[in-house]
Design a protein around this ligand. Structure first.
Ligand SMILES: Nc1ncnc2c1ncn2[C@@H]1O[C@H](COP(=O)(O)OP(=O)(O)OP(=O)(O)O)[C@@H](O)[C@H]1O
Length: 312
């Protein structure tokens, strides 16, 4: 929308109705930053429980972290979540759900920003430049909307050190140069630690224990140490970890055959077709599973389900 026309239209409409405030009306036409808007926790819970399969830890932690943070009128630092796991286990999918619950336009919102390492920070020789750009970008966006959301995908492909440029923003400062970052949300996505998570899941499976019995404490410390010591995690020897600036390390478990089937069914429903169990089984059986002997976990999670379904 063109701002002047919108302004006149709104002015006229509010004069006519005399009911809605200018701001309320304006926000019906254009996207507004509403950092104070409370989070609808039950809607987020329902989204996670209905749409995200096989990730009891991620569901629980994300729900708690976001409700706690959004209910706090005066957070002492921005919320920082680090999501880890094998490919296709739902990290991007969850970020999308979270973004939509914070800003209705989700990833298309002007207040949600997605950085992809290989796209936005490809060259090792430009680290300093990327750091400057990142700082300016974040400062500008948080000044415009305190509740901005920043998602960093492919953290494991980020050159070591780049992310440390944002360390001051994640810290406990009240303001930096007149800008407060305390209401912003930072989400890191990474495959790093996927091997550690798989090992724990496999140990549980081999011991005959239920997947749902895996607790955050079985994984969180292992993950943060593992990622800190992994040169290819984007957080190698990162000040974000040793200053404890990451609030939650969230493990995404590898997906099993039954979860892949759930993804196929969800995709069929999303396409408006009836669920055909025969096709569900065939698509799931086309996926490859590891480890070699037991064949429990899908090596691409649910990632290729959509394209495979196109064959049927
Ligand atoms: N746990 C899950 N529950 C429901 N759907 C899932 C789940 N995991 C993946 N999917 C489906 O598979 C698609 C691809 O997953 P997604 O992009 O979230 O994987 P990812 O963990 O971010 O992988 P990568 O590390 O390769 O980026 C999603 O868009 C979603 O449709």
């Amino acid at each position: 929308f063109e701002p002047i026309t919108v302004g006149i239209a709104i002015g006229a409409a509010s004069a006519l109705t005399g009911y809605l405030s200018y701001k309320d009306l304006y926000c019906r036409f254009a996207e507004c930053c509403r950092s104070e808007r409370p989070l609808n926790a039950s809607a987020l819970k329902q989204d996670l429980e209905e749409k995200l399969f096989g990730q009891h830890l991620a569901t629980e932690v994300i729900l708690k972290a976001l409700t706690g943070f959004k209910n706090n009128k005066n957070p002492k630092k921005p919320l920082t979540l680090s999501l880890h796991g094998w490919a296709g286990t739902g990290k991007n999918f969850v970020s999308q759900i979270v973004a939509e619950n914070l800003h209705p336009k989700g990833l298309k919102s002007n207040f949600v920003h997605l950085f992809v390492s290989t796209l936005h920070f490809p060259h090792e020789q430009h680290i300093k430049l990327y750091q400057d750009q990142l700082q300016r970008w974040i400062r500008g966006n948080v000044s415009a909307c305190a509740g901005s959301v920043f998602i960093f995908d492919e953290m494991d492909k980020l050159h070591p050190g780049v992310i440390d440029a944002i360390k001051p923003f994640l810290d406990y400062y009240e303001q930096i140069d007149g800008v407060s970052y305390r209401k912003a949300i930072f989400i890191f996505l990474s495959n790093a630690g996927g091997d550690l998570i798989t090992k724990t899941a496999l140990d549980f499976w081999r011991a005959g224990r239920k997947r749902e019995d895996i607790q955050l404490k079985d994984l969180e410390a292992v993950l943060s140490v593992g990622v800190f010591n992994n040169k290819h995690s984007g957080l190698w020897h990162s000040g974000l970890i040793d200053r404890n600036l990451i609030d939650y390390f969230i493990p995404f478990l590898p997906l099993e055959y039954r979860h892949v089937k759930m993804c196929v069914r969800a995709e069929m429903k999303a396409r408006g077709s009836a669920v055909d169990e025969d096709v569900v089984t065939r698509v799931a059986e086309e996926m490859t599973f590891f480890p070699k002997d037991e064949k429990i976990y899908s090596d691409k999670g649910c990632k290729t389900v959509q394209s495979r379904l196109d064959f049927y």
